[in-house]
Write a protein that binds this ligand. Structure first.
Ligand code: TMP
Length: 209
């Protein structure tokens, strides 16, 4: 059976939250049980790690240290929330997951991809997403869409970094094309959402009601 873990990925300002909100309403309407989590975060330990990771005062983060902290937050979230929810038959909707690490720390920061994959495997212990929706947005739109909010440490990393992350995501969608659905986030919201639900109904027969 395909894992009921569904992740949403994309650079900031790609519209993940909007699509997750729509999906949450859609599942509720159908009386389907689910939980929503965000990464890094979702448990009290992971939220504390998130504060460290996004704090702009932490200027001299090494790539290794940053990676271990993202992975530590993930390991905690999987064992405390994701695995128990999946075991009880619920869907889990994840705002970012394993691909964020490959895109940001791997393609963005230049950390070794195979090492990051091994670290991901250790953190998730087999909880691989059944489906991933990658919302692709160009850098200009991404920056425009998040204007007004103060940038956190990751968001202040600059345009060049963000371009590498975006390209990385696109490569991942080719590499894992059976799992990652690439969506153009400049399309109207309802049409993107239609594509998401069509794909979910195709993969999870019980959603088809
Ligand atoms: P967000 O909740 O606003 O998306 O902020 C999380 C930030 O952390 C975002 O810029 C992406 C980044 N990130 C990584 O660099 N690696 C990861 O593994 C995860 C989950 C997030």
């Amino acid at each position: 059976m395909t894992s009921r873990l569904i992740s949403f990925e994309g650079i900031d300002g790609s519209g993940k939250s909007t699509q997750i909100d729509l999906l949450s309403a859609w599942l509720t309407e159908r009386n389907i049980e689910f939980v929503i989590v965000r990464e890094p975060g979702g448990t009290s330990i992971s939220e504390r790690i998130r504060d460290i990771l996004l704090d702009k005062q932490n200027l001299f983060f090494s790539g290794e240290s940053e990676s271990f902290l993202f992975l530590s937050a993930r390991a905690q979230l999987v064992s405390e929330v994701i695995r128990p929810a999946l075991e009880s038959g619920k869907f889990v909707i994840c705002d970012r997951f394993i691909d964020s690490t490959l895109a940001y720390q791997g393609y963005g920061r230049g950390m070794d991809l195979s090492q990051l994959e091994a670290m991901n495997n250790m953190a998730i212990g087999g909880c691989v997403p059944g489906q991933t929706f990658l919302l692709d947005v160009d850098i200009e739109n991404s920056i425009q869409r998040r204007s007004g909010n103060e940038d956190d440490r990751m968001e202040s990393a600059g345009v060049k970094f963000l371009s590498k992350v975006r390209e990385g995501y696109i490569q991942l969608s080719t590499q894992f094309s059976n799992r990652i659905n690439l969506l153009d986030s400049t399309e109207v919201k309802s049409s993107i959402f239609n594509k998401i639900t069509t794909q979910l109904c195709r993969v999870y027969g019980d959603l088809n009601v």
